[in-house]
Structure formats: structure tokens, C-alpha cells
Design a protein around this ligand. Structure first.
Ligand code: NDX
Length: 256
């Protein structure tokens, strides 16, 4: 049966950090090519309806840790902390896999990115799940530790912002529509990437609550992945809409 190999956790987390830097260098100048940043002019490549693509891509991030948790033998009943934290991770990906895709009105998603996205979700789902279920150890009073409570609060706040912003974006279109409009309301009043801001807050909250290397590596990856994307969305809006609100920032309210 499986056991904890700390060197495996260290290796996988470092690779995740390296991927984050790769991502930053690739997508700081040019955005990743899906959604509003897909090249219209290049030859038509394979695409899958957004619904299927997001479902398939995000499913492993839910399934892998959920299976690790369910199949662990002997069942690890003792540390409540690990199970609770693993459930938080699964909870987010339950939303992203089983709820978000079924309501999305997004454009068809490029197969090539879907492939890498799926690999990424398997990798990260395994790393976070494996660490929490086989390696993490928390004192019995972890639930009252300031790191746990403040991290959990940030996680919930970020998740709320993320889900609310996803909803506001979806409502910009009628079913079947693929045009872009100026997002309004909620945190979009302050930033162009309100959904991304929520997601970043969420994963840094998770990192603080778990106080673990894999979770900090993932939060950093998220920042490097969707931080630049928020900036590119912002530039796109400024270029496309002459009446775009001048005071709105890219990612962080009032700051950047
Ligand atoms: N999926 C995370 N890297 C990513 C898919 C892409 O969950 O090769 C990371 C995730 C993957 C990425 C994933 C990992 C890295 C990959 C990358 C592709 C390349 C990259 C694999 C897995 C890579 C290396 C080199 C390291 C291997 O038509 P449309 O689709 O534009 O419609 C949109 C609509 N919308 C509007 N509608 C009307 N008017 C407007 N003005 C509109 N603006 C947007 O709203 C969509 O239907 C919807 C949302 O669009 P958008 O662009 O704001 O968000 P999107 O990027 O699609 O993300 C959706 C949600 C969001 O809440 C975000 O926070 C979360 O997913 N997310 C996304 C990406 C990554 C991630 C979270 C994370 O890292 N935690």
C-alpha cells in the first residue's frame, strides 16, 4: 500500500513551482490562446464544446484526491485536519467539474490546451491529495490555529468571489451568443479579472490553512497562470471598448 515519501512531495512541488515560472515566461507577453485570446486567423484546429472541455479537464482534480481519500487503507480516521482540508480542495473542484461546465456559455476550447490542462489537473490533484492524505500531520488543535482559521476564511471568501464572478460573466451572454461585453457588478466594478482575483485569494487561503509546500506551490502556479491572463483581459477591454471604466484595475482592486 501507499505511504508518504517526503522526497516525492518535495520533487513534485518543485516541479510545480518550475512550471509556474515557465508559465509566467510564456504568458506574460502573449496570452494563452483560449477564449477571447484565441487567434482567429490561424488554421482551424480541433476544438471541443466548452461544456465537455471544462468537464473533462477539471474532473481529475476532483476524482484523484477523492479516490485517494476514499481508498486509503487503512482508512486514516484520526487527523480531522487532513480530511477536512482535502475535502475543501475537492469541494472547489466539485463546483468546477460538475456545476461550472454545465452553465458555461464559453466558446469551444482548443484540444491541445485541453490535453495539457487535463495532465495538469491529474498532476496537481495527485500532489495535493497525496500530500494531505498520506503525509500531512496536524496537531489536534489545528482547527483553532490562526493559520487554519484565517486561511479557511480567505478560502471561503475567494471561492465566493470566484463563483459570483463566474456567474456575472455568464449572464453577459444569452445562450448561443459568443460576443464580449463589459463585465459589470460585484468585484468587476474594481477589476477586470474578478473571477481570477477570487481564485487566487482562494488558493492562497488554502495554502495558509494547510501550511504546506504543495499548496503554496499551487497558489503560486495559479498566480502565474491567471495573473497574466487578467492583465491581458484588461488590455483587451481597454482596446475594444472606448467607454471602458477608467478607474478599473486589472487584477488587484485599487492597486494593479
Ligand atoms: N484550467 C487552471 N501551461 C486551465 C485551463 C488552461 O482550471 O500549457 C489552469 C484551470 C490551462 C491551465 C488550466 C493550466 C496551464 C495550461 C492552460 C492552457 C495552457 C497552459 C495547460 C488547467 C500550459 C504549461 C506551459 C505549464 C504546460 O468565450 P469565452 O470562453 O471567452 O467565454 C468566457 C466568458 N467571458 C465573457 N463573456 C462575455 N463577455 C465577456 N467580457 C467575457 N469574458 C469572459 O466567461 C468564459 O465562458 C467565462 C470565463 O472566461 P475567463 O476568460 O474569464 O476565464 P477562464 O480562463 O476561462 O477560466 C474560467 C475559470 C475562472 O473562474 C478561473 O479562475 C478558473 O477557471 N481557472 C482557470 C485557469 C486555471 C485556474 C483556474 C487555476 O490555475 N487555478
Amino acid at each position: 500500500s501507499m505511504q508518504c515519501f517526503p522526497s516525492l512531495v518535495l520533487a513534485l512541488s518543485s516541479l510545480l513551482g518550475a512550471l509556474a515560472l515557465l508559465q509566467l515566461s510564456l504568458y506574460l507577453r502573449v496570452p494563452s490562446r483560449y477564449g477571447k485570446h484565441e487567434e482567429r486567423l490561424c488554421r482551424p484546429r480541433g476544438r471541443l464544446p466548452a461544456r465537455c472541455a471544462w468537464f473533462l479537464q477539471e474532473l481529475p482534480s476532483f476524482l484523484v484526491p477523492a479516490l485517494l481519500l476514499a481508498l486509503r487503507s487503512p482508512p486514516r480516521l484520526e487527523p480531522l485536519g487532513c480530511r477536512l482540508l482535502c475535502c475543501l480542495f475537492c469541494w472547489h473542484y466539485f463546483y468546477r467539474t460538475f456545476i461550472y461546465p454545465f452553465f458555461t456559455r464559453g466558446r469551444p476550447f482548443p484540444l491541445q490546451l485541453l490535453f495539457f490542462g487535463t495532465l495538469f489537473c491529474i498532476y496537481n490533484g495527485f500532489l495535493q491529495g497525496y500530500y494531505l492524505i498520506y503525509c500531512a500531520e496536524y496537531p489536534h488543535d489545528w482547527c483553532t490555529d490562526i493559520r487554519f482559521t484565517s486561511g479557511l476564511l480567505l478560502f471561503l471568501l475567494g471561492m465566493g468571489i470566484n463563483i459570483h464572478s463566474d456567474l456575472l460573466l455568464r449572464q453577459l451572454r444569452k445562450p448561443g451568443e459568443v460576443t464580449y461585453k463589459i463585465p459589470q457588478g460585484g468585484l468587476f466594478t474594481y477589476v477586470s479579472g474578478a473571477n481570477y482575483f477570487g481564485e487566487i485569494v482562494e488558493w492562497f487561503g488554502f495554502a495558509i490553512a494547510t501550511w504546506s509546500l504543495p499548496a503554496f506551490a499551487f497558489a503560486f502556479f495559479t498566480l502565474c497562470c491567471i495573473g497574466p491572463r487578467a492583465y491581458h483581459h484588461h488590455r483587451y477591454y481597454l482596446k475594444t471598448f472606448t467607454d471602458y471604466p477608467k478607474s478599473r484595475k486589472a487584477l488587484i482592486p485599487f492597486v494593479f
